[in-house]
Design a protein around this ligand. Structure first.
Ligand SMILES: Nc1ncnc2c1ncn2[C@@H]1O[C@H](COP(=O)(O)OP(=O)(O)OP(=O)(O)O)[C@@H](O)[C@H]1O
Length: 273
């Protein structure tokens, strides 16, 4: 198993407040890990620690075996892509231009045709081909979110010309999406995982998490509460403890969350990484 992202006892303190405290994890090539937890549990802060946006006050993060801080920005751009919670743009870029930004720093060696192919593929992966000429600023929140996913998708595709050991970070990527686009975006993320990308995503929807995750990490009060396969982690007792929600009786066996019929059989098969 090839580990692409590692956190050792990582945490950050703001005065006496510790949004994330002592979290350790290892994310393998081809794995899709979903981070869940209540509001304020430390999910976004953990993602920021893992991407290097926030410097840890304790512990260490390694990307493909190297200390995060030691990797130059130009190389990081090929190794990982980040979709943050909200992305506003000050300039009136078109959708296609925003997606092109994703490959500006990593796709210089690509031919013009290859770049256009990647952009087309990214637009399709996010179902925004029909919006390509629209101004990003005039899009709905959900449409903007899909554009940001396409940008990260394009960045990874272009970066693959330098390395196929890549990590994708998605912080609440489906927050504003309708049900079918939530599933479509997670399917695209799962497809990237099947191609070997290590994917880590913050989600609030436990159904979606259980459907798509190889492993689920539960954060609670800044600490790692549980980490494992969906059926082991999303138990009725844990949902009660962590989220304060009592699930229905049917939830007693196997995955406790009532999976809508629509999700049935949608769990993608993972190929060997
Ligand atoms: N820069 C900061 N200074 C002080 N406190 C912070 C800072 N950043 C985050 N926090 C606090 O850390 C805690 C965790 O925040 P974080 O955004 O990681 O939670 P979350 O699990 O992503 O929540 P949500 O589900 O609401 O998005 C919160 O109480 C937040 O107010």
């Amino acid at each position: 198993m090839t580990i692409l992202l590692e956190a050792d006892d990582v945490g950050v303190a703001y005065g006496r407040h510790k949004p994330v405290d002592g979290v350790s994890l290892a994310l393998a090539r081809g794995e899709l890990m979903v981070v869940v937890g209540p509001n304020g549990a430390g999910k976004t802060t953990l993602m920021k620690l893992l991407t290097g946006e926030v410097a840890p006050t304790g512990g260490a993060v390694r990307l493909d075996g190297e200390a995060l801080g030691a990797i130059p920005a130009w190389r990081l751009a090929s190794q990982r892509a980040v979709m943050a919670q909200a992305s506003r743009l000050a300039f009136p870029f078109t959708v296609a231009e925003v997606v092109r930004i994703g490959i500006d720093s990593v796709g210089r060696a690509l031919t013009r045709g290859a770049r256009e192919r990647i952009i087309g593929e990214a637009l399709a992966a996010a179902d925004i081909g029909h919006l390509a000429a629209r101004s990003y600023q005039t899009l709905s929140g959900g449409e903007q979110q899909r554009v940001q996913f396409a940008r990260t998708f394009a960045q990874l595709r272009a970066g693959r010309t330098s390395t196929d050991r890549q990590v994708l970070f998605l912080d609440e990527p489906v927050a504003n999406l309708d049900l079918s686009h939530q599933i479509a975006l997670m399917e695209s993320a799962a497809r990237l995982a099947r191609e070997g990308v290590a994917v880590i995503a913050v989600l609030h929807d436990l159904n979606l998490a259980a459907t798509f995750a190889d492993r689920i990490l539960v954060m609670s009060g800044g600490r790692l509460h549980a980490l494992g396969a969906p059926a082991e982690v999303i138990t009725r007792a844990r949902v009660r403890d962590v989220f304060g929600v009592d699930l229905c009786r049917e939830a007693e066996s196997g995955l406790p969350v009532v999976l809508p019929q629509h999700y049935a059989g949608m769990r993608p098969e993972r190929g060997a990484a």
